[in-house]
Structures are given as structure tokens and as C-alpha cells.
Design a protein around this ligand. Structure first.
Ligand code: CP
Length: 304
């Protein structure tokens, strides 16, 4: 894979995706074989927004490759509070680390920051923009459970502000998946994403009710309605609590439907789904470690 920075799922070809996923599968099979792969390597962690999965799985991935992290910590405890710009922060931290992982609330921030550094920079989520490493672990989970051949996927919830959705939708065009988007009208895909999917020749349908399409799906990807992204709380309240599923909802689904969620969930998947064979969202979160190990190994110059 030849990329200096990982900013968007749009930059990943089918060959890039297969390379990361195949490498992740090798790592998952024998993680001990990769334990000293990147001894003395440091990963700079710059998280300007909360995270559990992305931050911890990148940390675990770097440590399981034999390296370590240097962590800016919270915005509150860093010099960001004194007014330091993102450009200055990344220029400083590239002197402390061999690669950077950035999460930031501003869409486009990762692209902008990458222009100030020579070490590889990985976008770990830029506002409502992109979350390409989530997409890679999503694809890994889809390939494990449903495969890419003749794939029909439903993506439900916050399609407007959901960066995991925007990234995944682009990547799914690489595997020729049929994509059904289910949301309230106010949270439909942004026009720019819809335009790109059209340009990429994606097979896309939009729905306001899951029942219109559930029985056709191989994968249902549920997302949280993200309160923190709404400019107006009243708009959030209008749609909060809609688009929830429980085990009764899934009665009309295929027996082997895979249910995924990037997590965290609030109330959009009832806990009674967790005990069903459909639920793959915890497996999906765990896949973050081998997939991020694979990506780090490749961008740090490892030979698969
Ligand atoms: N899926 C995801 O990005 O989770 P975190 O916000 O906890 O990193």
C-alpha cells in the first residue's frame, strides 16, 4: 500500500483494502509473530474528541507490534487550552513520534493537519467527515461474516452526520455492494456523499422505514443518532428514539443477517439482540486491534 497519510476511505482502492484485511487476518491468526515488529516505534495520539474504541485499539495495536504511544491527553490538560493551533500542535508532535493518529471535531482537519507533517498521519475521525480505519475494521467484519460477493447492506440511523457511514459507503462501492440507506428525512446522506456515490456508480436506495428492506439484507449497520453533532437540540429531540431495533424487529430478517454498529450505542439496538447470532458489534470492535496493527505495520514500512 502506498499512502503517506490515511485521510479518507475514498483514497483506498479494492487492492489496498484487500491488502490490509489479508494482513489483519494473518496477524489475528498469530499475533505473537508480530510482537517485535516495531520495537522502538512511537505513535503520537492526538484526540481532540472523546474516544474509547479508536484510541484504545490504536494503543493496543502499537503496543502489540512492540512499540509504544505518546499521548497528548485531553484537550483540557494540553496547550490547546492556551490557544495553540492544530497546525503547530502536529508540527511539534511529529518530532516526538513516528506516526500520528488524529481525532478532531472539525471536518477536513486531518487533511489540513497532514499538510504540515512528514510522518504518516491517520485520520481517526474528523467531525462529520471520515473515519477510514473504522471502515477497514467494518469491512473486515463484513468479510468474516457475510463475505463481499452479492452483498446487500442496510445502513440505518444518522446518515447526515455519521462519519462512519460516509467512509463505509465509499468503500462499499469497491466491493459492488447494494446499499440501502434508512433514516428520517432530516438525517439523509449529505448531497456531497450522494453525488460521490453516484459518480462511483454505486447501487443505492434510500428509505424512511427499515421494514421496506429488512428481509433483503445480509448486513444491517446501525448507527447512533449523535446528539453532539446537532446545531439545534430541538432538531435532535424530533428524531431521538426513532430507528431502534430489538429481537422482534429481526423476526422478518434473514437467519444469517449480520447486525453491526460502530458503537457506542445508546438505545438504537435493544440489549435482547446481544444474545442473538445476529449480533456482531462486539466482535467488530475487537477487530479494531488486528486491523489497526495491519494498517500501522503497512504505513510504517512493514513487509506483509
Ligand atoms: N467507533 C468509534 O469510533 O468509537 P470511539 O468513538 O469510542 O472511538
Amino acid at each position: 500500500m502506498r499512502h503517506d497519510h490515511i485521510i479518507s476511505a475514498k483514497q483506498l482502492s479494492r487492492a489496498d483494502i484487500e491488502e490490509v484485511l489479508d494482513h489483519a487476518a494473518d496477524i489475528a491468526e498469530d499475533p505473537a509473530a508480530f510482537a517485535d515488529r516495531h520495537a522502538n516505534t512511537l505513535l503520537g495520539m492526538l484526540f481532540f474528541e472523546p474516544s474509547t474504541r479508536t484510541k484504545m485499539s490504536f494503543t493496543a495495536a502499537m503496543k502489540r507490534l512492540g512499540g509504544d504511544i505518546v499521548d497528548m491527553g485531553s484537550v483540557e490538560s494540553s496547550s490547546v487550552k492556551k490557544g495553540e493551533s492544530l497546525a503547530d500542535t502536529v508540527r511539534v508532535v511529529e518530532g516526538y513520534a513516528d506516526a500520528l493518529v488524529l481525532r478532531h471535531p472539525m471536518e477536513g482537519s486531518a487533511k489540513m493537519a497532514s499538510e504540515f507533517v512528514d510522518v504518516p498521519l491517520v485520520n481517526a475521525g474528523d467531525g462529520a467527515g471520515q473515519h477510514p480505519t473504522q471502515t477497514l475494521l467494518d469491512l473486515y467484519t463484513i468479510r468474516e461474516n457475510a463475505g463481499f460477493d452479492d452483498l446487500t447492506i442496510g445502513i440505518m440511523g444518522d446518515l447526515k452526520y455519521g462519519r462512519t457511514v460516509h467512509s463505509l459507503a465509499h468503500a462499499l462501492t469497491n466491493v459492488d455492494a447494494r446499499q440501502h440507506f434508512v433514516s428520517p428525512e432530516s438525517l439523509q446522506l449529505p448531497r456531497s456523499v450522494r453525488y460521490d456515490l453516484h459518480q462511483e456508480g454505486a447501487e443505492v436506495r434510500e428509505h424512511t422505514g427499515l421494514e421496506e428492506v429488512l428481509s433483503e439484507l445480509d448486513v444491517l449497520y446501525v448507527t447512533r443518532i449523535q446528539r453532539e453533532r446537532f446545531p439545534d437540540e430541538s432538531e435532535y429531540r424530533e428524531v431521538a428514539g426513532q430507528y431502534q431495533i430489538d429481537s422482534d424487529t429481526l423476526a422478518s430478517a434473514k437467519d444469517d443477517l449480520t447486525v453491526m454498529h460502530p458503537l457506542p450505542r445508546v438505545d438504537e439496538i435493544a440489549h435482547d439482540v446481544d444474545a442473538t447470532d445476529h449480533a456482531k458489534y462486539f466482535q467488530q470492535a475487537h477487530n479494531g486491534v488486528p486491523v489497526r496493527m495491519a494498517l500501522l505495520d503497512l504505513i510504517l514500512g512493514g513487509e506483509p
